[in-house]
Design a protein around this ligand. Structure first.
Ligand code: SF4
Length: 348
């Protein structure tokens, strides 16, 4: 039996970050204002460990925040030492960090290796240098290529993060980014639609009308295409959409840092449900008669995907194609697969 993997997330804000990414309000994303202290890390790890139920599950400490190797070196080492101690004690299995492509070199990788870091995620955002410049990233795609190759050569798992809906980026640019990333052979990918956060450059561009965010529907459509591409190459899609927190929440709520953009509490689910919908419609369209009622047999774990968030899929199938759906759970069916049986056609 395959055991699950637990993640212990530690947010490491890059308070003195010299870069100026238009979408970034580091404090909003990491959900905290002050620099991180070692004692807080220990407390977080201990709390998570004591709450994990499956004692045989793999456990990973993940330093999120985007610029781990850009923070003060002494602090990096202190944090890695703490995490590494849990590995030595057999309480944690691996360490993951996320950082920028221009904060990767041989010295940095040797240090990460020494402390048993297993996975390095790079914030790529786009493979188009013009879009990277417009986003104020301060690095180009050549940096991404160089860093990705180096990370793989040193034997780390490589992860990429890309964005959808950056200023002046269109669907084609994003498909090209996916193509370019696939060539670099990442093991995993995160896809983030751009949200307009408070106290960012993008906020000003949004209010001046210079930047128009994607709607939820547009962002879902664009992400679906990317998911198809990465899945075909068996690259793990580990996240679609920013994690909900107390402050990354519905725009308009008092505590929300989100001003506009395709925010949805279950954004990733919308994308995956949309993919299920497309696949079901494709199969129905292959039938040569007008279909009235179908039975879809799926693994019980996928029933919600067939129905869709707030029944969006079954409702849409009825509205668009006048098709009724019966869903049958069958644990023998592989996850992600389904059988479709026509129960009634309009000729019956
Ligand atoms: S996203 Fe850009 S501005 Fe924000 S912390 Fe990372 S590098 Fe700095």
């Amino acid at each position: 039996m395959k055991h699950k993997q637990y993640i212990i997330p530690i947010f490491v804000p890059h308070l003195g970050c010299p870069n100026d990414c238009v979408f970034c309000n580091q404090k909003s994303i990491s959900g905290q204002m002050k620099d991180i202290a070692v004692k807080d890390v220990v407390k977080t790890v201990e709390t998570f460990l004591s709450n994990f139920k499956d004692k045989k599950a793999k456990t990973e400490i993940a330093f999120f925040g985007g610029s781990f190797t850009g923070i003060d070196e002494a602090l990096q080492i202190k944090l890695l030492e703490v995490a590494n101690k849990y590995i030595k004690d057999g309480k944690v299995d691996s360490i993951r960090i996320s950082t920028r492509p221009d904060y990767i070199d041989k010295t940095i990788l040797k240090r990460l290796k020494k402390y048993h870091v297993k996975t390095i995620e790079l914030g790529v955002q786009s493979s188009n240098d013009y879009i990277l410049k417009k986003a104020g990233r301060g690095h180009n795609f050549e940096d991404v290529k160089r860093a990705s190759k180096l990370i793989r050569r040193y034997g780390f798992n490589l992860g990429h993060q890309m964005m959808v809906g950056l200023p002046e980026s269109n669907k084609l640019d994003e498909l090209n980014t996916a193509k370019d990333l696939i060539k670099l052979k990442p093991k995993m990918i995160r896809i983030y639609p751009v949200l307009v956060l408070k106290n960012t450059k993008l906020e000003k561009e949004y209010y001046s009308g210079e930047y128009e965010p994607l709607s939820i529907e547009q962002a879902v459509e664009r992400c679906k295409e990317l998911v198809y591409m990465f899945s075909k190459k068996r690259i793990d899609i580990i996240r679609i959409g920013l994690q909900n927190t107390d402050i990354i929440t519905e725009p308009g709520k008092e505590e929300s840092e989100v001003i506009a953009g395709p925010y949805h509490p279950a954004f990733g689910e919308l994308v995956m449900d949309g993919i299920w919908y497309d696949n079901i419609v494709e199969k129905i369209k292959k039938v040569n008669v007008k279909v009235k009622e179908v039975e879809i047999e799926v693994n019980p774990q996928n029933i919600n995907n067939v129905v869709g968030h707030k029944k969006i899929n079954t409702t849409k199938l009825k509205e668009m194609y006048n098709v009724d759906i019966k869903i049958k759970g069958n644990s023998k069916i592989k996850l992600g697969k389904f059988n479709l049986k026509i129960l009634k056609t309009y000729l019956d």
